[in-house]
Structures are given as C-alpha cells and as structure tokens.
Design a protein around this ligand. Structure first.
Ligand code: ATP
Ligand code: MG
Length: 410
C-alpha cells in the first residue's frame, strides 16, 4: 500500500480516486487544497515516503508544470499526472519532465452519454495484459525501463539484440517508446512498423504480430514505434497482446520503453521475465530508481523478476553496487554493469551500426553481451553458441596497457 497526496478540482475527485485505485489497489489518498500544500507535504515527509498525484486542478496551475516541479523538488516516491483526454504531446512533455505515470481519467472511468464521465461503482482493476500462453515454448521477454530519459535503454536494447542475433537467435526488438522511439535508427532503418495500425485489428494473432516485424539483419527484427506521436494512444492498449503474440514466433523479445511508465510500459512490465531498470549514476539517479522500482512492485512485478543495469560504469573501477540499494527497495535485485563506451559507441549507434558495435568487442558491447547472457542463463535460455557461453562467464575485465584499454584473458 502506498500513501498518495493529491491535488485535484472538486468535480474530478471521484474519478481521480477510482483511477488511482486502478493503478495502485491498496493506495491511501489524501487530498490537499493547493499546489503549495502538495509540494509542502512532499517536502516535509521522509524522502521516498509519499507519492504525489496531480489531477485536473482548480488552483490555476498547469497540472503538468506542477507535476514537473514536484519531480525536480525530489523527495516523492512516484509522481503521477492525471488528466482528461491525454494526448501524445502531453505524454511526451511528461516524459521529458521525468513524470512517472500519466493517467487518462477519461480512459480510466469511461464516458457516458454526451461525454459526461461515469464513475464505476467498483474501482477499475489494474491494467492486466493478456497472459502469455505458457503452454508452448515461448520467447523470454526482457524489458528495459528507467525513471529518467537518456540513461541508455535504447543503446542497450539495440546492442543486446545485435549480440543475440550474432549468437544465432531469432530476436525481436520492440520499441514501446511509442511516441518518440528511435530504436530502428540504431540498425540503419529509416523507420519501424507503425503500431497504431493495431487499433484496427480485432485480435492480434501470431500472423498479425509477425507482419509488424521489420527485418534489420538476419535473425533480428524491429517492431514499433508509432509513425506519428499523436497516434501512440491507439497502440498503447494493445501492447500486452502484441508481446504475447510475438513471443510465440521468435526466440527472444527485447523491449525498449519510454522514460515514463505509460500504459504500454506497464503491460510489458507485468509480462516481463526480467524487468531491467537502467540507471546511469547521474544526478537524481537514486530517486528515479526508487520511483521506478516502487511503481513496478505496485504493478505486481515480483521483486525476483526485477534486475538493474548501471550504465556508463567505469570498467577500471571495482563495482560498488551497494549504493542506494536499500533506499530503492531493490536489495535482492541482480545488478549488472554496462560500461562507458565513449564517442565511438555513440557514433556507431547514431549511424545505425549496432551490429558493428556488437562485433567490435568494446567494453560497452562486451558488458551488454555479458548482462544479456547472464539473464538468459538465469532463465534457462542461454543459446548454445560459443559467444553466448563466453559472455555468460561474467563481467568482462579490462585493464589499461601500453596500447590502451585491453580485455583481460579469462
Ligand atoms: N554506455 C554508454 N557509452 C557511451 N554512450 C552511451 C552509453 N549509453 C548511452 N550512450 C549514449 O547516450 C545517449 C542516450 O542514450 P539512449 O538514447 O540509449 O538513452 P535512452 O534511455 O534510450 O533515452 P530516452 O529515454 O530518451 O529514450 C545516446 O547518444 C547514446 O549513444
Ligand atoms: Mg530511448
């Protein structure tokens, strides 16, 4: 159960309460009367104790600006924004501001005749994706998420997918950063597949899902995002169903996400065999980790399925992965490090050469391979390939020799 403090206009309070219980069934909610009171309540609480929820406001303050201010104040465990008629551009703004969750009050409670909102008598249940059919063999699903933008999710997904393809797997890299995703560009593609097309499909069969795969390299295809940001809403509701269908037709599903926990990300998180929270040690990293892990747990993701990646780590420093673990509630989560790859990594990815990056044997590339191989080994799905077995042997070690940085022999 989480304690939420919220600001919301009188007329929307019932809808807000119902929507919150849909996302966090055990939530306790206290409403305050002004933006200052909301920020004050968070400031006075123990950091990480309270969650903030900003609804349609009568206070004259723009809700998204207020939520963004609360994110930058720090201290809130989760910052959520609830609005009516949420648009793609609002979600993008919220993502850029580091807001964890955007709730569409209209979608959450439905609308009655004449567009008047109808509050359900029973609070809406949390979004439950279609369960992946576990009867047959299905691909492991690894989802990268973060509470902040620019930490390296897309770079890690692209590099991991390239390694998996080189190990002989049929890998599908799915871009659930529906409005702003650029995963396809890491493979030199000019676009992905437009997931908003799914809104016109009755049920997503394996054949329909297969049709969304754009081949980037032998054994590697990209799915998503949406061609136009404003259509991302259309695809969001189908994300779980899509992943379930894709899982029956490939060997590995790697999912890239937006920095904000949208509905699509929540569905992927609930289905994931490994939900990997990526952070980069920059300012605010611990708070973002705490917010993201708290939200994942409230969405019902078992802690045993949550892992962490510390990106941009220094390969010459010994790992100190204890920092922040207790505060973020992930004491038991497996932590991997992926190394700083410098301008060469950025250039290769920006020029669409993720495959070359995977073949380069650089510290970043090798550390991503190692993290992926270890996760697959834990899931009992390590491919029978020399490169995969070597990568599963543990974090590669690097030392500075006469001729620059060199990998140590194992
Ligand atoms: N380990 C690394 N070494 C060098 N450059 C990196 C590393 N990780 C990420 N980058 C670079 O940092 C930038 C941001 O990375 P990336 O786009 O993967 O982050 P992201 O989490 O997907 O961002 P967003 O949340 O905006 O989607 C990119 O230019 C990428 O090439
Ligand atoms: Mg990205």
């Amino acid at each position: 159960m989480s304690e939420w403090v919220a600001l919301c206009a009188e007329r929307d309070r019932a809808a807000l309460r119902a929507a919150l219980l849909g996302v966090d069934p055990g939530a306790s909610l206290e409403l305050v009367g002004s933006a200052d009171a909301l920020r004050g309540a968070i400031a006075e609480a123990v950091p990480g104790e309270l969650c903030a929820l900003v609804g349609p406001s009568a206070d004259g303050v723009s809700p998204v600006n207020l939520a963004a201010a609360i994110v930058s104040d720090g201290g809130a465990r989760t910052v959520a924004l609830a609005e009516r008629g949420v648009t793609g551009s609002l979600r993008s703004r919220a993502a850029r501001a580091g807001i964890d969750l955007v709730i569409d009050l209209d979608a959450a409670i439905g609308t009655g005749d004449g567009g008047r909102p109808v509050s359900p008598v029973v609070p809406a249940p949390p979004p439950r994706p279609v369960a992946i059919d576990v009867a047959g063999p299905r691909a492991p699903l690894v989802v990268m998420c973060s509470g902040r933008g620019g930490v390296g999710k897309t770079s890690i997904v692209a590099t991991a997918a390239a390694h998996a393809a080189l190990w002989g797997l049929d890998v599908c890299a799915v871009d659930l950063d529906l409005a702003c995703g650029n995963l396809f560009s890491c493979f030199g593609l000019s676009g992905g597949s437009d997931l908003s097309r799914l809104s016109a499909v009755g049920s997503i069969s394996p054949e329909v899902a297969e049709g969304m795969r754009v081949t980037a390299h032998p054994g590697l295809s990209v799915v998503g995002p949406c061609d136009r940001p404003e259509t991302s809403e259309l695809a969001a509701a189908r994300a779980g169903e899509l992943l379930s269908a894709l899982a029956t037709s490939c060997d590995l599903l790697l999912v890239d996400t937006s920095p904000t926990f949208t509905d699509a990300v929540a569905q992927a998180a609930q289905l994931a065999d490994r939900l990997v929270i990526v952070s980069d040690g920059g300012p605010g990293a611990t708070a973002a980790l705490a917010r993201t892990s708290g939200l994942a747990v409230r969405l019902g993701v078992a802690r045993t399925r949550i892992a962490r990646i510390e990106n941009r780590a220094n390969p010459r420093e010994h790992a100190d992965l204890s920092t922040g673990r207790a505060e973020v509630g992930l004491e038991t989560a497996r932590v991997f490090r992926t190394f700083e790859g410098g301008l060469e990594t950025e250039d290769l990815l920006a020029s669409g050469r993720a495959i070359d990056l995977a073949e380069s044997g650089s510290p970043f590339s090798d550390s991503v391979a190692s993290a992926l191989a270890q996760m697959l080994a834990e899931l009992g799905r390590l491919p029978d390939a020399e490169g995969a077995r070597r990568a599963a042997g543990g974090e590669p070690r690097w030392h500075r020799g006469l001729f620059g940085l060199r990998r140590e022999a194992r």
